[in-house]
Design a protein around this ligand. Sequence first.
Ligand SMILES: [Fe+2]
Ligand SMILES: [Fe+2]
Length: 302
Amino acid sequence: MPESEPPPNRLRAPSGAALTVRVQDFARAVVTSPELEIKLKRAPNSPSWSLRDEDLDLSDLPRTPTRAPSMQIVGPRKAKIPSLQGWADPSQRRKILHALTNHELQAAELFAWALLAFPAAPEAFRRGLWEIMQDEQRHTRMYRARLQAHGGEFGDYPVSGHFWHKIGGIVSPTHFICAMSLTFENANLDHTVESSQAALVGGDPGSAVVIDQVRRDEMNHVRFGWHWLRHFKRPEQSMWEAYRESLAVPLHAGRATGKNFDPDPRREIGFDENFIEELRRAHAHTGPGGHRLDKPGGQPLR
Ligand SMILES: [Fe+2]
Ligand SMILES: [Fe+2]
């Protein structure tokens, strides 16, 4: 398996076999299969978008992913991640790459989950979810390959459910993009800069190449969220008002930035200046580990 995979060519002609894969069936397998190879199986570019009655029945919508025993989600205290300064140390480097693999796997599972959770959303929106799920699968494969290159394997260490633990209040496509695209992936625009630099300083340029590729994709993923929030919000709302209204507890805007907030990629994506300024203010009120500094005694929100 290559360590760095190019993005899929989404313009290529679909194969006959690809047409037989239904989106809902594939997405359900990504969430509910315990097999990593099934979760990471390459999603076809041109699946079938047909819906059946049972696809609209959300009574059995999974709230957690099914994982193999070695990849089960545990509490954050049991899945400690070394700081980025650990990249130079081979054992800590493996743990960091393991955590990055798990972050991407959760993202792949959650975009698949959104396809199951919002079958009635506009098809253009759902096509975007599908393409991002493809990207997240690819990111998972790339980080896993880096982990393997350093002698590790996914499942070697306990993993947290940082993203999955936040889906409780997500009941609409708007909630989903505010959490995933405009908070977690938005923060990743900063995190990836910090991680890439740490990998380079730590003597691991191969991982830096992968992180940089992930960052380029994250730009598109955040752009997807921005585009659809503008589509879904009420006309009289500003983008910031719509974002804050749909950010489900326990998330808050301070989680949408990394240690160092860089407004430039947000401008490049098309964020308005009011949104950027509000992000800057939220960043200034958020301490290390996600503490809100305006809430004395607040707990880390991981
Ligand atoms: Fe990703
Ligand atoms: Fe992403």
